[in-house]
Design a protein around this ligand. Structure first.
Ligand code: IMP
Length: 199
């Protein structure tokens, strides 16, 4: 049995990662920071998603002694020059909720005709503080002028995924996991593990 620590406290993300990797790997046991009683946080000081994923994976793999998957993700909006980007979680200030973040995004985009945006997910696998592998996944879409749907988390209600004509919040967990940025990055993780990368 291979143990893998998921270095996230975001329950929406943990649910998606668990649903995705849990189905893929015979012999893979996923643990969370809470399972291990790790309360310490890592400051996300990187200027890219990849840097932050590496910071998290490195830090928690050193702390726990377990192989660790760190991830960082967010939304890049064309009309906003790529913002909120690595600041996606803190876009409406520390402690604000998803509704406040979406409200700020829609307000900033009120005049924007170009609604194109993409979600980006960077994941890094680390052992004893050193990177084993790193992957990126993206999902291209458009920002609506009002939210639709109740599933998912974060910016999902306003992120229209054109190939399906629905927002990410209108997809079931299984449907989102077929097309999302996170699942595209995690598919590469799954393949890496399948080929023996965590041995
Ligand atoms: P992280 O925990 O630093 O990776 O923050 C990612 C933030 O980006 C989340 O808090 C959400 O606001 C946003 N985000 C990332 N992935 C998704 C997604 O799949 N759906 C909606 N919002 C997302």
């Amino acid at each position: 049995m291979t143990d893998l620590l998921l270095a996230t406290r975001n329950r929406g993300k943990a649910r998606e990662i668990g649903a995705f990797l849990g189905t893929g790997g015979a012999g893979l046991r996923l643990l969370t920071l809470d399972d291990l009683g790790i309360a310490e946080d890592v400051e996300e000081t990187g200027s890219t998603f990849a840097e932050n994923a590496r910071l998290k994976a490195g830090h928690y793999s050193r702390l726990s002694g377990l192989d660790t998957l760190g991830d960082d993700s967010g939304l890049e909006v064309r009309a906003l020059g790529g913002r909120p980007g690595v600041l996606s979680a803190r876009y409406a200030g520390e402690g604000a909720g998803d509704d406040a973040r979406i409200a700020r995004l829609l307000a900033e985009m009120a005049e924007a005709a170009d609604r194109r945006a993409r979600f980006v997910s960077a994941v890094c696998l680390a052992r004893a503080g050193a990177e084993l592998a790193a992957f990126i996944g993206t999902a291209e879409g458009e920002i609506l002028r009002a939210g639709r749907g109740v599933n998912g988390f974060g910016y999902d209600p306003v992120f229209l995924y054109p190939p399906l004509g629905r927002t990410f919040a209108e997809l079931s967990l299984e449907e989102k996991n077929r097309v999302s940025h996170r699942s595209r990055a995690l598919a590469q993780v799954r393949e890496f593990i399948r080929l023996g990368g965590l041995r």
